[in-house]
Each structure stands twice: as structure tokens, then as C-alpha cells.
Write a protein of this length. Structure first.
Lengths: 330, 330
DNA sequence: ATGAAAGCGCTAACAA
DNA sequence: TTGTTAGCGCTTTCAT
């Protein structure tokens, strides 16, 4: 049987109220009694039951984070930052992975709510008013990351569109004339939340537009390698392949290398994310870096602020930057 | 205010006991009343409070996992598998990262215990009888992974030593005569738990011994690149650099490439882990693969079994394999 | 089949 | 300064 506050009370010959005062150093207790109780707690190896405390306090000192998966290195880095920051503030972290399944995500959120987390960090795959209605029903502080939901929800992220536009502008300056853009399947467009991907695509298009370039092939399916296979890059004008994330870019690079193409002589490749393994890849991938740890930190800070002070830290303070990384792949 | 079981009771004109019977479909309730209550719960948007349930049930339906960090891809994969499996069994997962800090780890475990997790998956940096004493004090089911603690604790992992021995034997068969082994700093040897690293090193030594090879340089500090820099690999007999994990191997490979060495012609490199990014690296790194997801699955299965049935699934069933991956780097 | 009531371990308000 | 007591929301036992 676990040692409870009552056991200590009995052991010391005081009441449970007094024990509570000592343990949580609240005022109204004689120093001597306090020491006695504290010693007893140590002797008996007392350990507080957060479950019971939560019940009466109405707070659990836990946060929940909802992510797709940890396949992309960036997510793992984000999670690390969030865990660290959360515990710094005294919060424990539940992790829930949705595998991009909309129903699963809803269930995860529901479970987190039932477990009475004090706040949720949400990288959602769901979107739309119905979903937002659903979220509002929980009346739990929620902060969205990466995938924007609506102005109703606090958001931490980077200006994806501007970042991509900036990157592609650099490429255009290098004299590339033809562009292929590779993005995850958008077949769920309009249904699932693909905010970040859409923003990056728009950034790409904007960069082309502002340079009076119209030619661009946009590939939004998983068979992009098949598509690339049909192309003879040595017979085209200098072509740049822009990928919406580094993982795609690495796949493309690997594929084109097996096809005997020289990169960037025959064809250029750009990624997005600057995942940490890039340093082991040659040629160095040109990409866009953003402070993923900072996003995690900001999210936690703002969320905890909301929980404890009743208001989020405003967006003005959570603006984050990006950086073009000139590699050798384009 | 949240809707409670009492609200439903009042709403339906029944007692809270009846509501409970309906909600958790326990026997002793008329079908009609049950439907009425269920409907009311829906109407009022009732959501159970797991905190309260936990208090009376003595179980929280949560597990905790304690890891160093998520820097190594393998850990992220492991975590993904664990989360998935845990929720499959109806458990939620707390994550606690220790950053290899011994005190931090103890604190994490303590917090998890206070939050009343039903079980803990532990990849520990602590070790020794004092620590084990500490763990026993919690009387919570614990399963250790990767870093073995003692026979007192259920363990899931792979035969690290045999795996490394097997891999190195392959290398020896290729005719390599000189060997350099690179491992994380062992300055804490005897203090922190470096079981896996020690086992791998022993496997390496055993492989040499059984081939009557004595020559080996073992580097156990972080300045291994400085050490390698002093060596002219073209003037030595064929040298193999064995790294205790892929991350080191990738660092070494990158470094030697910048030094103008051809791999594997001038020097061979082998890693361990088979992290998923290897496919983007050339030359393909020779390494050892093990089923990290399976380790996560087994850990959860065994832990849940212990929680629910009172006994762990025995070690015989949790033996996992490894596989030598012949790349082009050695 | 249903209701009443005790209690999980803790906190907090009120008495003494 | 200390003790007493009433909950927090739920489950469970014992009456009815």
C-alpha cells in the first residue's frame, strides 16, 4: 500500500491539514512541526499522488502534443524541444501520434481532454468549421503549430510562403529556366489540413510570377520518380527541381544519381527543412532552414502563459525567421 | 463547468449509480433506462474525467517512456512504435527525456510515478544497486530496454555483442588487417549505464580474438576525428574503422572524404544501427540492422501483460534478431 | 432494477 | 497554530 498523507498524520500525531501545510509549505504552521512532518514524509518514503491533487485542483500539470508521426527528423527535434521546455515549466508531456488519420486525430484529442491535460499543442490534419466547433467543445487551451487552422486559434510557425518564395528567387537568379515542383499528394485538398504544403507551393508560384516565368510542372502524387524518369534532363534547358521538403529532395537526388545525372550540372535540386542529416549527403543539398526548436519553445511558452495567466503570448512575439542555405545541389 | 455524472443523473431523474451502470455498460440496469441515460450523455456532451476514475480505480491507463533524447533516428522510430502499440492497448504515453543526465533521469521516473503511470519503459543511464533500490521503491512495473540493468528487471533488446561480433567477422573475412574502433566517451565507465556500448565493444574484441588478431586501436573520446587526422591510411595495411553507431560512422566518412580518401579503397568503415537515412548516403554504409520497432512493440506488450495479468511475458519470447547489411563502405 | 452512501488521496475553507 | 470537514468526479458496495 502506498503511503498517504493520512499515514504521515497518524505517524506524527497531527492532522492531515497540518501535513498538507508542511508538505506544500503553506503558512500557518510552526517550524518545528513542519520539520517533524517533513522528516516523517522522508522516513515513510511518502510520494504525493498527483491524481488526487489534480482532482481537487482541477489542473494536472500535463500538456499534450498531437503530431502526425516522427518520420521527418524535424518533428523529432520539435518534440525534443517541447518536452524540455514543458518540464522546465513543471509540466509533463503526453504524446499522441495520428499518422495523418483524421478520425484518429480527433480521438487523440478527445483522450487528451479526458485525461484532463491543461493544454494541447496541435499539428492538425483536420480542418474546417466543423472541426473547430469540435475543438471549441473541449474548452481547453490549444495552440496550433505548422498547420494553420483559423484566426480563432493561436498559431506558431514560420512564414512558409515567404520562405519558399525567397528560396526559389535565389534559384531563378542562378539562371534556371525550367521548374518542376514536387509536393506530397494533394488529393485530399479541401478535406485535410495541408496548410504548410499549400503555402510552400504558393510561395513557389509567387516567385515564378514575380519573375515573369510561367513554365512550371507541378507534381502532386507519389509516383514522382516515375514522372522524372521520362525526362531527359540533358536535352532540356537548365531545370530546377524544387521539393517541398528535404525528404523528397533526397529521394529525387538519389534517384537521379542512379540514372547517371550529375547534380547540379544536369539538373538542380532544392529542398526545404534543413534536416540534420543533410550534412552527410553529397552534393550538399540547397534548402531552407527554420528554427524548429524555437517553434517548440514558443508553443510551450505561449500555451503555459495561457494556462497560468489566461492569455496567450501574442503573435507579434512569436514570429520566426527562416534562412536560405546555399548548398551545391543547384 | 464540465458536465459530470451527477448532471446526467439529475437530467434523467435517476441516481449516479444508474448513470455509471449505463455508461460503463455494467449489468443490473433496464435497457430502457440505459438508452435514456446514454442519450442524455450525448445531449449534454458528457465526457468522463479520467482523473477521477483513476483515483478510485488506482489505474491511470498511462505508460511512461524514459529516453535520452531523440537525436538518434532509432529512438524516434522506437518511440513511434511504442506510442502506437500503447494506444492500441488503450494506454496513453508520457514521454520524458533525460539528456543522459543521471539526476534528471531519477527525477523523471519520480514524476512519472507521482503521476501514477501504470508502467514505465526505461532506457536508463543510471545503474547499480543503489539505483535499483531506488526503482524498487516505486513498486511500479518497469521494463528496461537497450541498456540492461540486472536480472531483476525485465529486459528487451538485441544480442548486441553477438551482432557486433558477427559484423566484424565479416570484415575480417574481407582481409582487413588493422582495426580502429570508435565508441562514445567511456569516461563515465563504472558510473553510468553504457551497457549497449560496452557490449558492442566486447563483440568487436571477441571477433578479433577468435581470429587471432590483436592489433586494434580503441578510441573512446570525442576527438576521434583529430586522432584519425594524424593517420595516413594509404601507408598502412588495409584498415577498417568500426564505429559503435551509424552517427559516428557518418561523421568519420564525411571527414575522410574531405581528406581525399577513397572509401573503401583507402580505408573501410562500418557502422551499427542502420538508421533510415543511410539510403541517401554514398557509398552505402556497411552496418548492422536490428528491429527497433519490434523492440518497442515487445516492450509495450510485455509491460501491459505485467500490468493486467501480473506477470511479464518471459524473455524467451522477446529475443530479437539482427542482420548484417553489406554496404559499399568496407 | 435502482438508490444511497462511502471513499479513492488530496486541498481548502472554516472552526477552534 | 492546528484540527475538522466538505468536497473534486467517479466507482462500488450495500440496501431497498
Amino acid at each position: 500500500m502506498r503511503v498517504t498523507i493520512k499515514d504521515i498524520a497518524k505517524y506524527c500525531g497531527v492532522s492531515s491539514g497540518t501535513v498538507d501545510r508542511a508538505l506544500n509549505n503553506r503558512p500557518g504552521i510552526k517550524e518545528k512541526t513542519k520539520q517533524k512532518v517533513l522528516q516523517a514524509a522522508k522516513d515513510l518514503k511518502y510520494r504525493p499522488d498527483f491524481t488526487a491533487r489534480s482532482l481537487v485542483k482541477g489542473r494536472t500539470m500535463t500538456l499534450g502534443i498531437v503530431l502526425f508521426d516522427l518520420y521527418n527528423r524535424s518533428y523529432a527535434q520539435l518534440l525534443t524541444a517541447v518536452e524540455l521546455k514543458a518540464r522546465e515549466y513543471g509540466y509533463f508531456l503526453y504524446i499522441a501520434l495520428t499518422d495523418k488519420d483524421m478520425e484518429n486525430e480527433k480521438q487523440c484529442i478527445e483522450y487528451l481532454a479526458n485525461h484532463k491535460v491543461d493544454g494541447i499543442i496541435l499539428f492538425s490534419v483536420n480542418k474546417g468549421t466543423e472541426f473547430e466547433e469540435y475543438l471549441h467543445g473541449f474548452s481547453i487551451p490549444i495552440i496550433t503549430i505548422f498547420n494553420f487552422l483559423s484566426a480563432d486559434w493561436e498559431y506558431v510557425g514560420i512564414p512558409e510562403r515567404a520562405a519558399m518564395k525567397n528560396g526559389v528567387s535565389h534559384i531563378i537568379d542562378k539562371g534556371y529556366k525550367q521548374f518542376i515542383y514536387i509536393s506530397p499528394p494533394l488529393k485530399y485538398k479541401g478535406i485535410t489540413n495541408i496548410y504548410t504544403q499549400e503555402e510552400r507551393l504558393q510561395g513557389f508560384l509567387e516567385a515564378l510570377a514575380s519573375n515573369d516565368l510561367k513554365e512550371a510542372e507541378i507534381i502532386r502524387h507519389n509516383d514522382y520518380l516515375d514522372y522524372l524518369e521520362k525526362i531527359n534532363f540533358r536535352q532540356r534547358e537548365r531545370t530546377a527541381i524544387i521539393c517541398s521538403c528535404d525528404l523528397y529532395a533526397l529521394e529525387v537526388m538519389r534517384f537521379l544519381k542512379t540514372k547517371g545525372y550529375s547534380i547540379p550540372l544536369d539538373v538542380g535540386i532544392m529542398g526545404f527543412d534543413n534536416i540534420d542529416v543533410l550534412k552527410y549527403v553529397t552534393p550538399a543539398l540547397t534548402t531552407i532552414e527554420y528554427p524548429v526548436e524555437a517553434i517548440g519553445d514558443k508553443a510551450v511558452e505561449s500555451l503555459v502563459h495561457k494556462i497560468e495567466k489566461g492569455s496567450y503570448i501574442t503573435k507579434e512575439n512569436t514570429e520566426l525567421s527562416y534562412r536560405f542555405i546555399a548548398g551545391e545541389s543547384i
